[in-house]
Design a protein around this ligand. Structure first.
Ligand SMILES: [Zn+2]
Length: 330
């Protein structure tokens, strides 16, 4: 395989423990890479922490590994994990300064790691999932598009004038923050969040930055502010809900390359003619999402849906300005 050639495991559904997840090379079952960086497992004591897979089986953060050849592991995964580790040591500023593309690749690897585990498990005749992801053509189309841009991890790639994802980086106020680590991803909507100490990264993985523009005003209100965990939860609900009503899948096109080219250039297109970008906002559906995120505070749907179609918010005051909350009072 030449340097600039992309790998497409979806064409023949080549998901097995005998193919590198990133380049497709044939490997042995011992050649694997952790989905969650070892530095992160150590810092946040994750080895034994349980993780629920889509088929409801339980694994741990430490056990979750994916097939990966030595070359990809050493040259692509390890350096990326090191870069993120060093940035994370510097806290919020460090993460903020990271190249967004690197953050996308890092988050994308964890997301895809969980997905590919699912796809490999579905090939096991003893596991008969009720709604196999591998038989959902619409989802597969989305995963395939995502996998193209994820390969920027391995193949030098320039995104012409876009970022495949939306990224939000939040700071948490320590006063009532009791969670050193938190992880959440949604396979179908591709919404993702991870908390590393006082920093929370929320990401929607395949929206070409549209959700970050839609929530841009809200996000700018949080900049330079420390959020109470309940505000982080609401922010996540807004992003996860936006991903839930996001209705389009970007197409990516590789510019024809010439001999001697060192990079692939990708262009993108979103079909907003036949499809609306977002399905309509439904207050009740959003309230459900928010209720779910607010579970630790036991705030129920009827407390979220207010009079005159207003919705409960902890992020802004009545004038729409950022609301500082240090201690939560219900
Ligand atoms: Zn490889």
């Amino acid at each position: 395989m030449t340097d600039l050639e992309l790998y497409d495991p979806f064409r023949s559904m080549q998901f097995s423990d005998l193919h590198c997840f990133l380049c497709g090379t044939t490997i042995t079952t011992e050649q694997r890479t952790p989905v969650f960086g070892e530095w992160m497992q150590q810092n946040y004591n994750l080895q034994q922490k349980e993780l629920l897979l889509l088929d409801k089986s339980i694994t741990t953060f430490g056990q979750l590994t994916i097939p990966c050849c030595d070359h990809c592991h050493l040259n692509h995964i390890i350096p990326l994990e090191q870069e993120i580790e060093q940035a994370a040591e510097k806290g919020y500023e460090g993460i903020k300064e990271l190249d967004p593309k690197k953050l996308f690749q890092w988050i994308g690897k964890m997301y895809y790691g969980t997905l590919v585990t699912e796809l490999i498990r579905e090939k096991d005749p003893l596991i008969m999932p009720q709604n196999p992801v591998s038989e959902n053509t619409q989802m597969l189309g989305k995963f395939k598009a995502f996998y193209q841009v994820l390969q920027s991890l391995r193949v030098p790639m320039v995104f012409s004038d876009f970022m495949p994802c939306s990224l939000f980086i939040l700071q948490v106020d320590p006063t009532e923050d009791y969670l050193p680590f938190e992880y959440q991803d949604e396979l179908t909507t591709m919404a993702f969040s991870i908390k590393l100490g006082p920093v929370v990264i929320v990401c929607t993985l395949l929206d070409n930055g549209i959700i970050s523009r839609a929530l841009g005003r809200m996000y700018s209100l949080t900049e330079g502010k420390k959020l109470h965990p309940v505000q982080v939860a609401e922010f996540k609900a807004r992003v996860f809900y936006a991903a839930y009503i996001f209705n389009v899948v970007p197409d990516y096109f590789i510019r024809p390359s010439k001999p001697g080219d060192k990079k692939l250039v990708l262009d993108t297109l979103i079909d907003d003619v036949t499809n609306e970008i977002f399905n309509p906002f439904e207050p009740l559906a959003y309230a459900h999402m928010l209720e779910e995120m607010l579970k630790p505070w036991n705030i129920r749907e009827h407390e979220i849906m207010l009079e005159n179609n207003q919705l409960l918010t902890f992020l802004t005051d009545e004038n729409g300005n950022f609301k500082t909350i240090t201690q939560f009072q219900k």
